[in-house]
Ligand binder design. Structure first.
Ligand code: F3S
Length: 394
């Protein structure tokens, strides 16, 4: 791989031991994938933030880096942590867990990383531009930035994202290169898609069929930001899809070539099949919205549905701290709180230890959450649309 004179100095340890180690990691990664050079990046999103995911070894590794005065070079955001960083006590998160989670957060903060803890950085002040190179980790955020924004990122692991943040570059391979962003399968959709969960069911089904490919959708007439984030998140979860195109909707859809590609048809039947497969048919004992993290519009909708009502079951709405603040100003959080629900920031149902908090069946409207909850959180899943879940909770 070609390296500039400055980059060679990184490898000689001129910028310190941590930079040398991190840059070497990027060079090794680039060598594995035949990258020709390093490219500057506009921003980073680092995964591996929850104590549940990284445990003591990860916590100690981060503290060691932070204590060596390591600083990030570009705007760097964090994926969700394992708890609401402010209201963890009130929400019943275990104290031991909280102490360790806060050690992780403090280490990131010391490195200059913005303590955002969200999988929707693009809704919270980290919005890349079209064709901008970035190094993001979280699969739904990677899918959204590549597909809906047209920025360019591979799906980074926690360490490679951190290395990119510290060095300000990433190896040029994979989805950073235009030729690799071409679709290799067409998905022809003939089904009515109304709720976000319909898009989640579609994404989950398609992910299973196409695994690692780049699908080009035709037949989706319209979709808003929330629906696109649901679609991409579910596809990333079931099929590691990091980029998709939708005819007339996503920015690269009329720039790519589709002639001669295999076509998979998806109709009402396949969407129903996805709902059935993701559903354990049990009644939820908690209902959690906000996977990916809820937008202000989603919180507003939930507040309108819960206004003046009393919930019989716990309801959480997971979101970023920034969106929670905006919802607070609009009075949405109080409406939800008066009904007995909670707007929970910084975390989500998958990375928080809900299985240790006495919950066994979780209701979600997210294909991605429904995919992961049984394995990651030992949960039964009730996967349904937002309106039916609210009815279930009232
Ligand atoms: Fe985000 Fe957690 Fe879902 S990280 S995409 S809310 S599983």
């Amino acid at each position: 791989m070609y390296l500039t004179k400055d980059e060679e100095k990184y490898l000689d340890g001129e910028k310190g031991e941590v930079v040398e180690r991190m840059f070497r990691l990027l060079v090794n990664l680039g060598d594995i994938y035949n990258a020709d050079k390093m490219i500057p990046i506009g921003s980073v999103q680092v995964a591996g933030v929850s104590y549940k995911s990284i445990g003591d070894p990860g916590t100690e590794f981060l503290e060691d880096m932070a204590n060596k005065d390591t600083k990030v070079k570009v705007l760097t955001y964090l994926n969700p942590a394992g708890m609401d960083l402010e209201n963890w006590k009130e929400l019943g998160f275990p104290k031991d867990f909280a102490v360790n989670q806060l050690r992780i957060i403090n280490a990131f903060k010391k490195m200059g990383i913005v303590i955002t803890s969200t999988c929707t950085p693009y809704l919270a002040g980290n919005l890349p531009r079209f064709r901008e190179h970035i190094a993001w980790s979280e699969s739904s955020a990677v899918s959204f930035s590549n597909s809906v924004i047209g920025a360019r990122t591979n799906r980074e692991g926690g360490p490679s994202a951190l290395a990119a943040a510290i060095c300000g570059v990433t190896p040029n391979y994979g989805l950073h290169i235009w030729e690799n962003r071409q679709p290799n399968i067409i998905i022809k959709v003939d089904a009515e898609l109304s709720f976000n969960s319909d898009f989640g069911a579609l994404g989950w089904y398609v992910g299973k069929q196409v695994k690692n490919k780049i699908p080009y959708f035709i037949g989706i007439k319209d979709a808003n930001t929330d629906q696109l984030k649901s679609l991409g998140a579910a596809m990333a979860a079931s099929g590691a899809v990091a980029l998709y195109h939708i005819e007339n909707l996503t920015p690269e859809s009329d720039l790519v070539k589709t002639r001669g590609l295999e076509v998979i048809n998806v109709n009402k039947k396949e969407i129903k099949e996805a709902y059935d497969k993701l559903n354990n048919d049990k009644k939820p004992d908690i209902i959690i919205f906000g996977c990916p993290h809820a937008s202000l519009q989603e919180i507003s909708y939930l507040a309108s549905k819960l206004y003046g009502k009393k919930l019989k079951k716990p309801v959480w709405i997971c979101t970023s701290r920034m969106v929670k603040e905006a919802a607070e100003r609009m009075g949405f959080n109080n409406i939800i709180k008066d009904a007995g629900g909670n707007v929970v920031a910084d975390t989500c149902m998958v990375v928080s230890p809900i299985e240790e908090m006495g919950y066994q069946t979780t209701g979600v409207n997210s294909g991605k959450a429904a995919n992961y909850l049984p394995g990651f959180c030992k949960q039964n899943v009730c996967f349904s649309n937002i309106d039916d879940l609210i009815k279930e909770a009232l």
